[in-house]
Design a protein around this ligand. Structure first.
Ligand code: IP8
Length: 263
């Protein structure tokens, strides 16, 4: 059986306004919702207020320019490890046998893109019934020296390589909107994004991302997902900040947020 891949967005599990702050109650609830999965599961989480501020301070995404960025990479990675420890602990409390997998130690990255990834340990973990948990990470980069590998890119890579049929991305709004729904009441939810309507949708998206993450906004997310659905994988962006939405999506319900489709 192919694994389901679920991404927990950084804005769902951390308080983006307060550095290094986990939304503990949300994480506890999401761990319980994830435990509803019937088959093999891979979890990826984003950086939120752990990885992004540190990566941004040291300009990690721009590549290696000066020696102080080495400490920056080390600190960014450590911040992600700390967040990952919170996630793993919450999953364990929900009886999921979660195990951390360090992306910077198994992905070969060049120009910010994964060139290859060692997946044998992850495949064995899944075969055993473990739940691998990966995260956006600060990584050595073959051409830029260093870069940031986003959780979204990891989701796409893992889905292709593990033969996943469906990926679910949990965010803190109901899906993709025409404008930022937190600040504009005229925001319209886009129910379906496809390869054909994306150029038009992209033009309509204005100010959807309020604080830009070091890994870019919704356009980058959509690039990863559209490339994925082109290969026959289903993708849906749902509101994981609302109780039970992620659980329902995991149990197979469709149309709970924005679906990304090939047609
Ligand atoms: O939040 C970025 O991952 P993302 C992780 O999935 C870091 O874009 C280290 C900033």
């Amino acid at each position: 059986m192919k694994p389901l891949i679920v991404k927990l967005g950084g804005s769902v599990i951390t308080n983006k306004r307060r550095r290094f702050t986990v939304k503990r109650a949300t994480l506890t609830r999401l761990a319980r919702e994830l435990s509803a999965a019937k088959g093999p599961l891979v979890i990826v989480h984003g950086g939120g207020s752990f990885g992004h501020p540190v990566a941004s301070k040291y300009g990690i995404a721009g590549g290696y320019k000066s020696k102080d960025q080495l400490m920056g990479l080390s600190l960014t990675h450590r911040a992600m490890e700390r967040l990952n420890a919170h996630v793993i602990e919450a999953l364990q409390k929900a009886s999921l046998p979660a195990i951390a997998v360090q992306p910077s130690a198994c992905a070969v990255v060049s120009g910010g893109r994964i060139q290859s990834m060692e997946l044998a340990p992850i495949q064995k973990m899944l075969a055993l019934g473990l739940v691998p948990v990966l995260y956006g990470d600060a990584v050595p980069d073959l051409s830029k020296g260093m870069s940031i590998l986003s959780g979204d890119q990891l989701v796409a890579q893992l889905a292709c390589e593990l033969g996943t049929k469906r990926v679910i991305l949990g965010v803190d709004v109901d899906g993709v909107y025409t404008v930022n729904p937190k600040t504009n009441k005229n925001a319209e939810l886009i129910q379906e994004i496809s390869l054909s309507n994306w150029p038009l949708v992209e033009k309509r998206l204005t100010g959807v991302v309020e604080e830009r993450d070091v890994t870019g906004g919704i356009a980058n997310k959509m690039c990863e997902l559209l490339a994925l659905v082109e290969r026959g994988v289903e993708a849906e962006i749902v509101n994981a900040a609302k109780p039970n939405i992620l659980r329902r999506a995991i149990l197979g319900e469709r149309g709970l947020g924005t679906r990304v489709v090939a047609r």
